[in-house]
Design a protein around this ligand. Structure first.
Ligand code: NDP
Length: 246
């Protein structure tokens, strides 16, 4: 497991936006960031799941989060720009952005993938992180040392049979991260990195490996040290890197 011990107040006064914050790794990230002092902006497509995370954060006495239901499959550029305006009015800056939401999509040979499924997955896994990053740049520039974390996968670093558009989308996310990172290097205080969570006990993992015993994999909460490291000031000089949470 990634060896990092986060101080309790690591993310105090930081504002961190997390996509797919209602479930799995995104939910754990939201709870962990809030528990380390951050004000988290919860983005996801199922309002009831986001509300449950919101309530859990409030009940724990952590900083009050912001709740923003948004379907990344149907959102248009204007929706991201409106969100950026709202966040600017409320917080004036964004210290962290976690591109976590993703679809697994069809696990089959690439030439069997239906065009519709390919386009749907690219919309959520690639186009949404691009449009969100682009619209948040002014807010990220307003933070003293902003961090963008692209949640990737091992199949986004080495292609593997039957991983379909999911694998291709994670290569695209890694590529987007590298281009943004290189452009910001030396010109701004924004860093872009990717993080491969590794096998983690979530519904996506269960869908990808239906025959696997879930308890063989760590819970999302156990892989949080790597997220905290990348979102806090200790990773200030880390830019353009592809890291592993386990
Ligand atoms: P889950 O399927 O458990 O969670 C995915 C989250 O993304 C959910 O909250 C889901 O919302 C949200 N989401 C999906 N589609 C949309 C959409 N159109 N608009 C808004 N939100 C959406 O997956 P994990 O927690 O396992 O995965 C999190 C990240 O980690 C992903 O990027 C995944 O590729 C990566 N990863 C995971 C691994 C694992 O072993 N679990 C291994 C390697 C990488 P809702 O709950 O409402 O459906």
């Amino acid at each position: 497991m990634f060896d990092y011990q986060a101080p309790q107040n690591l993310l105090k006064d930081r504002v961190i936006l997390i996509t797919g914050a209602g479930d799995g790794i995104g939910r754990a990230c939201a709870l962990s960031c809030a528990g380390h002092g951050a004000t988290v902006v919860l983005i996801g497509r199922t309002p009831s799941k986001l509300e449950a995370v919101y309530d859990e954060i409030e009940a724990s006495g952590f900083p009050q989060p912001a709740l923003c239901p948004l379907n990344l499959e149907t959102a248009l550029e204007k929706d991201y720009l409106d969100l950026a305006d709202q966040l600017f009015d409320t917080f004036g800056k964004l210290d962290g952005l976690v591109h976590n939401a993703a679809l697994l999509g069809p696990r089959t040979m690439l030439d069997n993938v239906k065009a519709e499924a390919w386009l749907q997955l690219m919309q959520v896994n690639v186009n949404a992180p691009f449009l969100l990053s682009k619209s948040m740049m002014p807010l990220l520039r307003a933070a003293p040392d902003a961090s963008v974390v692209c949640v990737s996968s091992s199949v986004g670093r080495k292609g593997k049979a039957f991983w379909g558009p999911y694998a291709v989308s994670k290569f695209a996310l890694e590529g987007m991260m590298q281009v943004f990172a290189d452009e910001q290097e030396g010109t701004s205080a924004i860093r872009f990195n990717s993080l491969n969570p590794g096998a983690t006990r979530t519904s996506m993992r269960a869908a990808a490996y239906p025959g696997e015993a879930p308890e063989t994999n760590p819970e999302p909460a156990q892989i949080m040290p790597a997220f905290l490291y990348l979102l806090g000031p200790d990773s200030k000089t880390v830019n353009g890197q592809a890291l592993d949470a386990q």
